[in-house]
Design a protein around this ligand. Sequence first.
Ligand code: ADP
Length: 186
Amino acid sequence: MAITLHLGDITADDRAEAIVNAANSSLLRGGGVDGAIHDAAGPALLEECRLIGGCPTGEVRVTGAGRLGARCIIHAVGPVFAGGARGESELLGSCYHAAIEAAAAHGCATVALPAISTGAYGYPLDGAAAVAVGAVDAAMRAHDTVREARFWLFDERAYGAFTVALEALGTTPTRAGAGGASRRAS
Ligand code: ADP
């Protein structure tokens, strides 16, 4: 299994079978990653999200991927950061765990993920990165049909925070070509 880091726009991933979206609890189109995914997927995605009717914080819902090359989109609702004492880290970890579980349930071995909650929802980057890689690593050990988690980081600061978090998991990330870093474990 591998966790790899990529700099740029998650909708440019042409290898992922599932793309995780940082959605809001209405599941209706928002800004940031959500807006970019809706733009790339096309209007059918919003119709499908409307039919689902919402999703609690810390959980995920799965839809088709519209015009995107992936097989499905996993909409994960991260917490709004409110100081850190309102269960934000557990809710963020729960999103990532549920996302990997959903990818496994849908037979997706390669998953692209954004840095959930670190934009409009205000979760501090370093803490969010540690929760994200820790939860994804644990979830992939529990669901070993998911072989690669590809984190897409939108700027160098986010990329740096995830690099540090990956190193803290125990293995020094190695450059994986084309701007990627990865940590591989058996
Ligand atoms: P949230 O509401 O969960 O905070 P945002 O979409 O506002 O979600 O931001 C989450 C993270 O995704 C931020 O770090 C932001 O810089 C980043 N981001 C925004 N657009 C994209 C994109 N197209 N691809 C990858 N990451 C993105």
